[in-house]
Design a binder for this molecule. Structure first.
Ligand code: MG
Length: 392
């Protein structure tokens, strides 16, 4: 080792004594579907996060719609920036609650990998196309991406992630699909939907961080787009409370900074609310380990008051932003693109350039191909196959 510094001892993530008993400990992971040796300097969950960041599906998130179509503006959230915000909120909460931050980060970065182009419009259209072929669920698709669709390793398809990361990615799943997963993988990630138990607290945390993130950034993007205003949002108690609080502290503040300060205070209040509601639940249940936490009721939660306020905000955003005529108009075109792409590839599967069919069924191969597309690739493919440009 002449001339080289002495190697430092490996720093392998959170020490067991820093984690709560009910947290997921990487050394006690239920493991990977294809057994692998441990990495010398990273825990199993850190390695999962790194595999996700290096995946093709992750890079595509930058050109996938969250709410506003990708080409409508450079500052709106995309699936990528949304996922980063979920990871940031998730990690802060995980650290405070002594949960496994690395696992939370891995789940957060992967949670939207299965989303179609064009946001929920794309997903609804693909689900309709797949109605006679088992349907399309984006959570299940995220799992399919990390289990089968990614092509990175010589020995297996997918990323070969740990059980705990895959458990967190599969946020929802119909009973029929859970039964299919259970048949392939007995006692695996489909099981809890049949047993009606909870996922790990890290997985529960990511669901809440997702909700806190999109409620906040959809307000920001909605106001930026001009489709909703901060004035209008004063009808929503959760927003009005923090606008009032901000104006009490900074009476002359207006415009962008008033909006940001309102959102910032709202985010902090939700994070602290989750911490105190969760701490109370944990004090009551004191699960001895992660399996006991899976058997308990959902322990990562808002207080009832915050849950009601968050629901009211969601209702507002649904009525005034997601269902805004201007958003709906782009939705209709995006759905037409997906429907026509689906029909074109079903007629001529050889048009799916560079696609590796998994061979389950022709329709599922087409759904995998379309789901993997970015907004702009879908628009270009649609134009190539139909000669019409619907997304301008
Ligand atoms: Mg999300």
């Amino acid at each position: 080792m002449d001339g080289l510094p002495e190697p430092l001892p490996p720093l392998a993530g959170p020490r067991a004594e820093d984690l709560a008993p009910w947290a997921c400990h990487s050394a006690r992971s239920r493991g990977r579907r294809h057994p692998e040796l441990d990495a010398p300097t990273r825990t199993a969950f850190q390695r999962d996060r790194d595999r996700i960041v290096h995946s093709t599906a992750f890079r595509r998130l930058v050109y996938k719609t969250q709410v506003f179509l990708n080409h409508e503006g450079d500052l709106f959230r995309t699936r990528l920036t949304h996922s980063l915000e979920v990871a940031q909120l998730g990690r802060s909460l995980a650290r405070a609650l002594r949960l496994n931050e690395d696992l939370v980060e891995a789940i957060a970065l992967a949670h939207d990998l299965g989303h179609t182009p064009f946001g929920h419009a794309g997903q609804d259209a693909l689900n309709t196309c797949m109605a006679a072929h088992g349907g399309f669920e984006h959570n299940l698709q995220s799992l399919r991406v990390v289990d089968a669709l990614e092509e990175r390793y010589p020995q297996y398809d997918g990323l070969n992630l740990c059980f705990e990361t895959r458990e967190g990615i599969l946020k929802h799943c119909s009973r029929a699909n859970a039964e299919l997963i259970e048949a392939r993988e007995p006692g695996g990630v489909g099981r809890r939907f049949l047993d009606r138990t909870q996922p790990s607290l890290e997985a529960q945390l990511c669901n809440l961080a997702d909700e806190i993130a999109y409620n906040a950034h959809d307000i920001d993007d909605g106001v930026r787009s001009g489709l909703i205003t901060l004035d209008q949002l004063q009808d929503v108690p959760l927003v009005a409370r923090f606008t009032r609080e901000t104006l009490a502290a900074f009476p002359t503040l207006g415009g962008r900074r008033l909006l940001y300060e309102t959102i910032r205070r709202m985010l902090s209040a939700q994070v602290y609310d989750v911490m105190s509601a969760t701490a109370a639940g944990l004090a009551e249940w004191t699960p001895s380990d992660v399996d006991a936490a899976r058997q308990a009721p959902p322990l990562l939660r808002f207080t009832d008051a915050m849950r009601a306020e968050s629901t009211a905000l969601k209702r507002f955003l649904f009525a005034n932003l997601y269902r805004h005529p201007q958003v709906v108009a782009t939705t209709v075109q995006a759905q037409q693109v997906v429907h026509e792409l689906f029909a074109a590839y079903m007629d001529a599967p050889t048009q799916m350039k560079g696609h590796r069919p998994l061979g389950a069924a022709p329709a599922r191969d087409v759904a995998d191909y379309i789901a993997g597309m970015t907004d702009r690739f879908a628009a270009r493919e649609h134009e190539r196959l139909t000669g019409r440009n619907l997304i301008t």
